[in-house]
Design a binder for this molecule. Sequence first.
Ligand code: Q46
Ligand code: ZN
Ligand code: ZN
Length: 305
Amino acid sequence: MKCSKCGGLAVINLRQHRLRLCAEHFVEWFARFTQRTIETYKMFAPEDKVLVAVSGGKDSLALWDVLLALGYQAEGMYIGLGIDEGIDYSHKSLDFCRRFVAEHHPDAVLHVVDVESEYGQGIPTLARTTQRGRGKPCAVCGLVKRHIMNRVARDGGFAAIATGHNLDDEVAVLMQNTLHWQTGYLARQAPVLAERDGLARKVKPFARIYEREAAAYALVRGIDYIYDECPFAKGSTTNFYKELLNQLELNSTGAKQQFYLDFLRAREAGKVAFEEAGPVELHPCQRCGQPTTAAGLCAFCRLWE
Ligand code: Q46
Ligand code: ZN
Ligand code: ZN
């Protein structure tokens, strides 16, 4: 297989783009494609400070790497969730983030918030002791992560929080929301969520990057990442939809990309319209000052009551 640009040995076949690229041209293409996505959706400007949510996995580390390579002021943010589950998941994933900094970007800033040492309990314990956590700890986990990210972004003067969600993640959620006609969620699903009333802007610069492309980028760049998923992600519905969509992609190249882009375009053109779940009013939490729909304490502060 030959590189479409230089005729050298190609390392990846980007079927949906009709491109085969060698390592060097793939890295170049990957950065250019990410830059174009940032510009197309007006995610942030070169002078902005960006907070990258890193988990130690391939997507978030690849994202941080490419943003730094593109010259952005991108700082990393790791949240220690206190998840062990027999594989020491949280400690290991932090090690991968630290190693990434040491080996690839020794000057980069990594913010670390450890939930257990800062608040006294890790996510699994907290989920067991509160109402919200019945079953899986993911609801509590999501809430805690959103709260901490928003606080760090606000206190540090960051223009946006960037996450490593890739096209496969986005399409799986889109399919799930479509099959259940979750119109409120469909209204909000986008590569950019605007800032409002003290909530930081959220952006997904990999929204158009296939998962296998992010993995290939990490590999080619020599980025070591944690292969294990969070143990609580096993058997999730999102993973089930990802498998279905992979089947679809096998039979019809570019199907995932088309599903996602056609959805965004149709909504943009007003051909489909979904209503957000009511205009909710936000006011500052009486304890932490972060925006909340509740009168009094926000959901995060109530967790620790
Ligand atoms: S929510 Fe659930 Fe994730 Fe938290 S507990 Fe693990 S799987 S990390 S994205
Ligand atoms: Zn080449
Ligand atoms: Zn609060």
